[in-house]
Design a protein around this ligand. Structure first.
Ligand code: ATP
Ligand code: MG
Length: 576
C-alpha cells in the first residue's frame, strides 16, 4: 500500500530527471503510479530518505552505515578468520534499496507506547524512537503493537516515528564488567567510566537441554553453618531464599558471595526494585570485604521504569551464561522476584492483558520458570561451567501459599525459609529448620560435612517437639532438662553474625564438638564465644588437620577423636 503518495527528504531538491527515476522505481516496486513530494531536510547532506506508506528507504549516511553493519553481523564468524572476513564483506558489499518498516506512535503513556504500521515487528524486538529512546515489543495486536519504553516516556510524542531494529534485546558483557555496577541494559551506573564489551548476548535465551547438563554434585559453600550443614547447595542448583521483610534474606545472599573469595566463582547480584541507596551500600559492603572483584551488580532500582525492572534478571542471567559457557562457575542472586512479578503485573495491566489470580497475568509462572531453568551445570563436553541461582522472594505475614511464593517454590530445587519470630528472638540467620529443604544438594556435600552433620537435623526436630511439649510444665526430670539444654545449645551453635562465613574445617569442628555434647556446661550466652575460642585454639595447635579437611574434604576417625577430645578438654577449662 502506497496511498499513491511518497515523500522524498533531502538537502537539495531533486532534478526533474532524478524525480522521474524515483517514480519509475516506485512503479516497479509497488506496481502503481505514485506521486512524489519533496521535503527539504538539511541534516541529510548528500543522502536522502524515501518514505512510502509505512516503509522507509534510508540512504542517509547513518542509514547506509546501519545497512552495512547489519549485512556484516549476519555472517557467522569465528575469531580466527576475522580480518579476511572484514575484507571480504567490504568488497562484496553493495547498497540495496531495502525498505525499512516505519511505525507511528498512536498513544503513549505510563511507559507504554502503542504503535501502528509495524506489521512485521516481532515479540521481544527492540524499537528505536525518534528521540533515541529504545523500547521492546511486548504485545502484538491486530493493527498495532504494544511497546514498553526503556526510559522516560515524556520524550516521546504521539505521531512521532519509530524504527525497527530487527533484533531482540541484548546486553554487552566481558571480563571488564567484574567489579562494576550496571543497569539492566548493561550501561555502567557507578561513575567509573565505560566498560569494554567482549560480546553481546540476547537477554532471553533457551535453557540448556538435558543432554548438555550433568548432575549437581559439586558443592557451592555459602559459609553459613545452618545452610551448608543441613541444606547444602550444589553448583547448578536453584535454591529459594524466602521470608518476610527484614528477616535477613539479602544478608544470606551477600554472605554467600563473600564466601566465594578465592574459589574461582563469579557472582552476579541482580537488584530489582530496591532503593538506589541500599544498592550503593551493598556494593560498598562487598568492596570492603574484597568481594567486588569477582562480582557484577545489575541494578534496576525502584525509581527505574517497570520495563527495566522486568528485564533485569534476564540481563543478569545472560551475563552469567557468558561466563558459564567459558567453563566458569557462576552464582547469581535475584533480589527479589516478588518485586519482579509486581513490575511485570503493572506492564501487563497497562497492556490490557486480562488479570488472573492476585491480578497477575496468566503467564507469570512462565516468567520465572524460563528464567530459573537457565541455571544449570553443563556437561564436560560443554566446558563444565555452571550457574547456581539463589532467587529471593518476600512473603507477607509468613504466607508461603500466596501465588508467587508457591509458583517459585515449585520451580526451585528447595527453599531456605526465614522466619521473623526466630529473627527477632536473636536466632540469626533465622532459618526455620523444619520448613527448609534442599532437594539436590545432598549429593554435592563433601564427605567431611556429611560425616560431621550426623544426626543434627533429627536432634533439632526432637528438640522442637520436646520444647512444645514441655512448654507448660515446670517440673522436669534431669534427662529431659539435659536434652532441652542440648537442643538449645545446638540452636545457639547455628547463630552466626553477618560477614563471618565459616570455612569447611571450622564448620566440621563446631559440628563435631557440639554433637558430642561438649557444650553441656556452657552458658547459652557464651556458646558463640566458646566456639570462636575453640576454633582459634584448635587451629593454632592442629593446623595440619584443618588444612587437610579444607583441601581433601574428608577426615579420618583419629582426626575426629582428636577434635572431640580437644573440644571436651577445652569446655572443661572454659570457666576456670
Ligand atoms: P528486606 O525485606 O528489607 O530486603 P531482608 O530480608 O533482605 O530485608 P536484610 O536486609 O538482609 O533483610 O537484613 C535485615 C537486618 O538484619 C539488617 O540490618 C542486617 O544487618 C541484619 N542481619 C541480617 N542477618 C544477620 C545476622 N546473621 N546477624 C545479625 N544481623 C543480621
Ligand atoms: Mg533484602
Amino acid at each position: 500500500m502506497t496511498d499513491n503518495k511518497a515523500f522524498l527528504y533531502s538537502a537539495q531538491a531533486p532534478s526533474a530527471e532524478q524525480k522521474q527515476r524515483f517514480i519509475s522505481f516506485l512503479k516497479k516496486k509497488y506496481g502503481e503510479e505514485t506521486e512524489l513530494e519533496w521535503i527539504s531536510d538539511q541534516s541529510l547532506e548528500n543522502g536522502f530518505k524515501l518514505i512510502v506508506g509505512s516503509e522507509e528507504y534510508d540512504w542517509s549516511k547513518e542509514g547506509l552505515y546501519d545497512q552495512f553493519v547489519r549485512s556484516f553481523s549476519k555472517e557467522k564468524f569465528s575469531g580466527k578468520e576475522l580480518i579476511p572476513l572484514i575484507k571480504g564483506a567490504l568488497q562484496d558489499w553493495e547498497v540495496k534499496a531495502l525498505p525499512a518498516e516505519r511505525g507511528t506512535v498512536v498513544t503513549v503513556g505510563d511507559g507504554i507506547a502503542r504503535i501502528s504500521g509495524l506489521e512485521n515487528a516481532e515479540y521481544g524486538e527492540i524499537l528505536v524512537f525518534d528521540c533515541g529512546l529504545r523500547g521492546m515489543v511486548l504485545d502484538l495486536a491486530e493493527t498495532t503493537v504494544g511497546c514498553v519504553i526503556f526510559g522516560d516516556d515524556e520524550e516521546i510524542l504521539a505521531g512521532s516515528s519509530v524504527r525497527r531494529t530487527n533484533g531482540t534485546a541484548s546486553v554487552p558483557i566481558g571480563e571488564g564488567y567484574l567489579g562494576r555496577v550496571v543497569d539492566s541494559l548493561g550501561t555502567p551506573i557507578d561513575g567509573k567510566g565505560e566498560i569494554k564489551a567482549e560480546a553481546y548476548r540476547p537477554i532471553e535465551n533457551k535453557a540448556p537441554g538435558i543432554v548438555d547438563r550433568q548432575s549437581v554434585n559439586h558443592p557451592l559453600e555459602t559459609g553459613i553453618l545452618s545452610i551448608d550443614s543441613m541444606f547444602p547447595i550444589g553448583r547448578g542448583q536453584r535454591e529459594l531464599i524466602i521470608g518476610d521483610r527484614q528477616t535477613g534474606k539479602t544478608a544470606i545472599a551477600i554472605d554467600a558471595i563473600i564466601n566465594q573469595q578465592g574459589k574461582d566463582c563469579i557472582c552476579i547480584y541482580v537488584a530489582i526494585g530496591q532503593k538506589a541507596s541500599s544498592v550503593a551500600q551493598l556494593a560498598e559492603n562487598l568492596r570492603k570485604h574484597g568481594a567486588m572483584e569477582y562480582t557484577i551488580i545489575v541494578a534496576a532500582n525502584a525509581s527505574d521504569a517497570d520495563p527495566l525492572q522486568y528485564i533485569a534478571p534476564y540481563s543478569g542471567c545472560a551475563m552469567a551464561e557468558y561466563f558459564m559457557e567459558k567453563g566458569k562457575d557462576v552464582l547469581i542472586i535475584y533480589d527479589d522476584l516478588s518485586k519482579h512479578a509486581v513490575a511485570y503485573r503493572s506492564i501487563s495491566l497497562l497492556l490490557d492483558r486480562s488479570p488472573g489470580r492476585e491480578a497477575y497475568p496468566g503467564d507469570v509462572f512462565y516468567l520465572h520458570s524460563r528464567l530459573l531453568e537457565r541455571s544449570a551445570r553443563l556437561s564436560d563436553e560443554k566446558g563444565g561451567g555452571s550457574i547456581t541461582a539463589l532467587p529471593i522472594v518476600e512473603t507477607q505475614d509468613n504466607d508461603v501459599s500466596a501465588y508467587i511464593p508457591t509458583n517459585i517454590i515449585s520451580i526451585t530445587d528447595g527453599q531456605i525459609y526465614l522466619e521473623s519470630n526466630l529473627f527477632f528472638s536473636g536466632q540469626r540467620p533465622a532459618v526455620n529448620v523444619g520448613l527448609s529443604v534442599s532437594r539436590v544438594g545432598g549429593d554435592a556435600q563433601t564427605k567431611a560435612m556429611k560425616k560431621a552433620v550426623g544426626t543434627l537435623r533429627l536432634d533439632l526436630a526432637q528438640f522442637r517437639e520436646m520444647e512444645v511439649f514441655t512448654q507448660f510444665s515446670s517440673d522436669l526430670d534431669d534427662a529431659t532438662k539435659n536434652q532441652l539444654t542440648y537442643g538449645q545449645g545446638l540452636m545457639k551453635m547455628l547463630v552466626q553474625p553477618q560477614y563471618k562465613p565459616y570455612s569447611l574445617h571450622q564448620q566440621v569442628i563446631i559440628l563435631l564438638s557440639s554433637l558430642a555434647h561438649s557444650m553441656q556446661n556452657i552458658e547459652m550466652d557464651d556458646v558463640y564465644r566458646f566456639n570462636q575460642e575453640l576454633l582459634a585454639g584448635f587451629e593454632r595447635e592442629h593446623a595440619s588437620i584443618c588444612d587437610s579437611i579444607d583441601s581433601n574434604g574428608i577426615f579420618t576417625e583419629e582426626e575426629k577423636d582428636t577434635i572431640v577430645k580437644y573440644a571436651k578438654d577445652f569446655a572443661e577449662k572454659f570457666y576456670v
